[in-house]
Design a protein around this ligand. Structure first.
Ligand code: OAD
Length: 249
């Protein structure tokens, strides 16, 4: 592609073609081109406009459950209107092409699923699922009510989104599957993540420590850039399709 945003190094093409298990870690940047705001970018990031301590902690929910519920309702509507972009679709193509692909996402927007990716580990949960605050019952429907948030049909506690908030632990199964994938792959891609939030940010380093080839795809440098074998500086909606095209078409 003559005017492509980034050229894929021949060494990387060779590694990708020979890879038996690729692990991809995605962050909010992969959905940016779908119009879903990221978290940490100055001006446009959600955490530049909203205080996570008021919206994304268990304490915030206990203080003001209505505010938190309504904020997530707004985000749910926003992601429902968004469409997967060429970056999401390139990852579907990659999964169809390589023997094994594990997609570890920090995103809660469900866009990888809607694009058609299948082997997904949702490290930070899903905004589309609802659970109850006290018991963690996963709830798919509840009685019509004026109360905001509504209550769990099983235990009557307040409902909340099934996402991981600051101060909460990640689901054990998801985290251990993600660590095991990072330790047992032959190519690791970190895409659209600021690589600041732990433990997700340590996954690319887990691979790097084992001398597994690592790639970062991001228009900006991050704290992990210097540990990556390849840094492809550009938007994932352009770089990922270019990578799949050059490696496998
Ligand atoms: P951030 O908002 O921290 O970082 C987004 C990254 O995407 C930045 O490094 C941008 O440079 C990059 N980016 C922007 N546009 C891009 C594009 N078109 N293509 C590729 N990259 C692009 O988002 P995360 O790293 O996902 O946690 O944040 C991690 C966690 O922090 C989130 O899962 C969320 C948040 O608090 C929870 O909700 C639990």
């Amino acid at each position: 592609m003559a005017n492509s945003v980034v050229s894929i190094p021949p060494d990387l093409i060779e590694i990708a073609r020979n890879a038996k298990h690729i692990v991809v870690l995605t962050g909010a940047g992969v959905s940016a081109e779908s119009g879903v705001p990221t978290f940490r970018e100055a001006q446009t990031g959600l955490w530049a406009q909203y205080d996570p301590q008021e919206l994304a902690t268990p304490q915030a929910f206990q203080r003001n459950p209505r505010l938190v519920w309504e904020w997530y309702e707004w985000r749910r509507e926003l992601v429902a209107k968004a469409q997967p972009n060429p970056g999401h679709l390139a990852l579907v193509k990659m999964e169809e092409t390589v023997p094994q692909l594990t997609l570890i996402t920090q995103n809660v927007d469900g866009l990888h699923q809607r694009a058609g990716s299948r082997n997904i580990i949702e490290l930070h949960g899903s905004i589309i699922r609802t659970k109850c605050f006290d018991q963690g019952h996963i709830v798919t429907s509840w009685a019509a009510t004026d109360e905001v948030p509504p209550r769990c049909p099983q235990c009557d506690s307040l409902l909340r989104p099934d996402v991981v908030w600051f101060g909460e632990g990640l689901a054990y199964d998801a985290l251990s599957a993600a660590i095991s994938a990072a330790q047992n792959c032959d190519l690791f891609l970190a895409v659209g993540t600021s690589a600041i939030v732990q433990p997700a940010a340590s996954l690319p380093l887990e691979a790097a420590q084992r001398r597994t080839p690592t790639v970062e795809i991001n228009p900006q440098a991050t704290p992990i850039s210097r540990y990556m074998d390849f840094v492809l500086s550009g938007p994932s909606g352009q770089v990922l399709p270019e990578l799949t095209r050059t490696a496998w078409e």
